[in-house]
Ligand binder design. Structure first.
Ligand code: BYC
Length: 330
């Protein structure tokens, strides 16, 4: 949507980046100024933002699949309406994020092609199955809860279009989180079977949700530069700890047990969790999670099934443009 009017990265590719320009850029970042699409930016800043924002957009779109699995099986009409609205919101988030990424000079088609070709990542969390209705509650409570923890600081990200998109996304995510927690509360106050279902969902989702925040700080390859450029305001481990500290009391209120027998509260009140199974995370990123293949197959099918819509929209846009040219020539 913004790409036609943009400066491209050609200039950056042609020559060595001017040290003075780079210093001015960093000074703007340090002064908390927002970087806008047509401002000069280092090629690496553009690249890392494109990587992160497009991955984020893909996550929102793929994230519709595990929940979509329950639209026809939601237990009441009220729950079905709320779930549909939530999934529609996730789609909207994907669209704002693709638009924000387009301002960096890549087209939506290129980004989607990278996803479908398996070259672009999406969040590891969406490669786990939704086996019961309690999984829908748990996704809202924990996955959206983790997303809020990660995304609130992104509202202050140095890149203007991303930061602005995040404001609305975070407002909507907070509804989603409450929706999920309310499902959990209802199940936990229901029959013993319902409570067991809620506990089972927490048992399955807890560790994958902690992995959502990314690898530990000492192996996070992008953290240093992203922090310097104020894309990241907190490290992966800092956000993970904030999330755990906020979530443990919520689990206690529900009467559920966090599936980490080694977890302890330290003198400062932080809940210290046990070692995360990073091999599982690596396997999921390598395409070997429980649902990676299903998710990609579903995305490819949706893309192929939607070809006629894209063709019709392009044909309509061409016709409209031709009509406008003809009118202008009269
Ligand atoms: N899954 O150097 P690091 C949502 C990759 S949507 C997969 O720490 P960075 C929602 C990372 O990309 C949730 N890959 O990277 C939607 C990098 O690989 P590449 C999505 C992961 O960027 C629907 C490598 O590991 N949220 O909430 O500094 C319904 C090394 O990592 C993951 C966002 O995208 C992962 N979990 O930090 C409900 C938020 N973690 O790119 C909810 C925006 C790491 O070099 N993104 N990797 O091939 C971010 O904040 C950051 O990109 C991350 C990672 C914290 C995720």
């Amino acid at each position: 949507m913004y790409t036609q009017a943009l400066n491209t990265s050609d200039g950056e590719d042609r020559g060595v980046e001017d040290a003075a320009q780079a210093a001015r850029f960093q000074a703007r970042i340090d002064a908390e100024e927002r970087i806008e699409p047509n401002d000069w930016m280092p090629a690496a800043y553009r690249k890392t933002l494109l990587r992160q924002i497009s991955q984020h957009a893909h996550s929102e779109v793929v994230g519709m699949l595990p929940e979509g699995n329950w639209i026809t099986r939601a237990p009441t009409l009220r729950r079905k309406v709320a779930l549909l609205a939530k999934i529609q919101d996730e789609c909207g988030h994907g669209l704002y994020l693709y638009s924000a990424a387009e301002t960096l000079g890549s087209s939506r088609e290129e980004m989607v092609d990278a996803l479908l070709a398996g070259k672009a990542k999406y969040s590891s969390i969406f490669n786990y199955p939704t086996l019961t209705w309690a999984d829908i509650g748990t996704i809202g409570w924990l996955v959206d809860g983790a997303a809020i923890m990660n995304q609130i600081p992104l509202c202050r990200c140095s890149y203007g279009p991303y930061a602005r998109a995040m404001i609305r996304v975070c407002k909507e995510e907070s509804f989603h989180q409450r929706q999920g927690y309310e499902i959990m509360l209802t199940l936990c106050r229901g029959s013993a079977e319902q409570k067991a279902m809620a506990q089972d969902a927490l048992d399955r989702w807890w560790w994958p949700v902690l992995m959502m925040f990314g690898p530990p700080d000492q192996v996070s390859q992008h953290s240093d530069t992203s922090t310097k450029w104020k894309i990241k305001r907190f490290s992966n481990d800092e956000l993970r700890q904030k999330f755990v500290d906020a979530t443990v009391p919520q689990a206690q209120f529900l009467g559920l047990t966090v599936p980490d027998p080694g977890m302890k509260q330290d003198a400062e009140g932080h809940w210290r969790y046990s070692e995360i199974d990073w091999d599982e995370f690596k396997q999921v990123l390598a395409g070997n999670g429980p649902c990676n293949r299903d998710r990609m197959a579903a995305r490819r099918k949706a893309h192929d099934d939607g070809a006629w819509v894209r063709e019709a929209a392009a044909a309509y846009a061409e016709k409209r443009q031709a009509r406008q040219h003809a009118q202008a020539a009269e």
